[in-house]
Design a protein around this ligand. Sequence first.
Ligand code: UDX
Length: 432
Amino acid sequence: MDISIVGTGYVGLPAGAGLASKGNHNVTCVDIDEEKVEKINNGECPIYEEDLPELLEKMVEDGKLSATTNTSDAVHNSEITFLAVGTPMQEDGSINLDYIKQAAEDIGEGLRDKEEYHVVVVKSTVVPGTTENEVIPRIEEKSGKKAGEDFGVCMNPEFLREGTALNDFLNPDRIVIGELDEKSGSKIEEMYSAFDVPKIRTSLQAAELIKYASNSLLATKISFINEIGNLCKELNIDVYEVADGVGLDHRINRDFLDSGAGFGGSCFPKDVRALASFMEEKNLDPKILNDTIQVNEEQKTKLVEQLQDHYPDLSGKTIAVLGLAFKPGTDDIRQSPAIDIISELKYLGAEVKAYDPKAIENMKQKHPEIQYTSNYEEALKDADAALIVTDWKEFNQISREDLQEMNKALILEGRRMEYKIDKENRKGVTWP
Ligand code: UDX
């Protein structure tokens, strides 16, 4: 099939390369950024994602994937168009639909003179009702056509983790196809025929909500285990033993029960807030969602509180912060616990030396005032304590010799590490 995808970010590109390779489809990616489009057409990947650069290059070489800035052309020359633009969070926690609205209008323009049947698929994360109330009317107005008659509409949420987005796209647990009508849904199910996984067909609104409910439940699992972890800390119990015991119950399962310094990233904080704010608009009280956010906010700076048990006065102390990205394998620092931790340390008068294998340049934008080092050894040298905020594998190499270089051999872990240093030198945020 010929497919176009509007938006070449962390969702659009893995989906594009994935559909071109596994689905054997011809894909045109659309972006307003000319530089990005040129890069893609040269076989270069504009974002960092595991295995994506190689696959993208191959698909471009094979003539299965190309990019353009012209939405109309892309729509004209395809039978399915995905909408995969960003839906950032606004100040009040609600969702910003500006990009979606613009893209819907552009797609509508493209459909105006098109005779053949076309299906528009919303892949961006949008609150329930958005496809029906914001996307469809704009396409109808610009195209002069009627949804469900002249063109089809689906909502197909993504469940891609940053860093492993391509693999997640190629090997999903399920494919959710929200459909305006049966014909639209069948077309998209056919497009995914190479994907041998459960496919669930729902209404448009149910598909939109499935995305938010999934991310919110995963975030809630993390806040839940962090709350239990805070009790474990008090009782001198290892929360990982508790998580293992709880997680063996197949009704619960062990995934997303890793306790630590709290969740960050571009999705969980944004999606839980957006769903809470959407419920409030409906005059419903999102009690669990609000608590999930609240527990997470408090969790982020627990490490600093624990550091104060060792240094009631942090002024003039040098603290190494290891790991700045919101999780390993990415340079993304959006909502990373490290941001709040550094702010708190600075507020309390500490000197901060920070290191991350990939995210230093991004953190410099947020915290230009601190010192950055080019490896973890340098950060540890002469530090009065170190906080591990992101579990990059390389931190497992930290050795007794590295600790000897510190002013005080003390590591507080915000993530569970597997290194071999003595127990008395290391403490966990929610484990002994
Ligand atoms: C998430 C969802 O997993 C994905 O399905 C969605 O579509 C986008 O949002 P992502 O934000 O890339 O993906 O990362 P993820 O691996 O889910 O981790 C999110 C945050 O939760 C990270 O800060 C991570 O450190 C934290 N986390 C995760 C925990 O604290 N404990 C866990 O057990 C798992």
